[in-house]
Design a protein around this ligand. Structure first.
Ligand code: CDP
Length: 211
């Protein structure tokens, strides 16, 4: 059994940056599960599929040409031989990803892929349901959040158009694996913390549990 570090939280809470840095410190692989949901969303839109048309999305899953792999110590998504990058943060992807992510069949497919990453090596995985669904038995669970104002300011500083409040509402209210803090997750409110402080706090907690 390899350790799995679960980092969940709402949009723009800083969890990607934090998870990546913690993975670097520990020498673990960093897995960005949001990118996986975003990739399916991007591909469905490319194919002219309406994200609200659940049956069409489910049908698409049977032949979707996406590969979930690794480059160095990070997860990547490949489509037709190219790594998807800027496609994943397009405004239309931001606007539709929560609809696609609410489809149980999409989640089942991706949760299997996410668990596969941990079969051969330790991972730091960030998302919405990592501590509740993907790795419910891990003892390393963190729920990273910040006030809505702070999160909106962080996203704006990245120069991205993103309706985070809208996404959070959809992610928290969906029936399938909603965004919620696992009972045994440690809450980390980063509103008044910088990245280094958050990374230090979580890494120290992991190391004390590993010892
Ligand atoms: O980086 P940010 O927090 O804005 O979002 P993300 O982690 O890239 O996730 C994008 C969207 O994917 C979320 O708003 C969720 O709808 C969905 N998602 C999910 O449902 N479950 C996950 N484990 C990860 C992302």
């Amino acid at each position: 059994m390899h350790p799995a570090i679960a980092i969940d939280g709402p949009a723009a809470s800083g969890k990607s940056t934090v998870a990546k840095r913690i993975a670097e410190r520990l020498g673990y692989t960093f897995i960005n599960t949001g990118a996986m949901y975003r990739a399916i969303t991007w591909y469905a839109l490319q194919q002219g599929i309406n994200p609200q048309d659940t049956s069409a999305v489910i049908e698409l899953l049977k032949s979707i040409p996406l590969k979930f792999g690794k480059e160095g110590s990070q997860s990547i998504v490949i489509c037709d031989g190219s790594i998807l990058k800027e496609q994943l943060t397009l405004p239309e992807v931001n606007d539709n990803v929560s609809v696609i992510a609410a489809i149980p069949e999409v989640r089942a497919l991706l949760v299997d892929k996410q668990r596969e990453y941990n079969l051969c090596e330790p991972v730091v995985m960030e998302g919405r349901d990592i501590g509740t669904v993907v790795f419910p038995n891990t003892k390393f669970k963190y729920f990273v959040t910040a006030s809505e104002e702070v999160r909106a300011a962080r996203r704006a500083a990245e120069g991205l158009t993103d309706s985070i409040a809208e996404r959070d509402k959809k992610d928290s209210s969906r029936a399938a694996s909603p965004l919620t803090q696992a009972k045994d997750a440690r809450l980390v409110d980063t509103s008044d913390m910088n990245i280094d402080q958050v990374v230090d706090l979580i890494t120290q907690d992991i190391q004390s549990k590993l010892a």
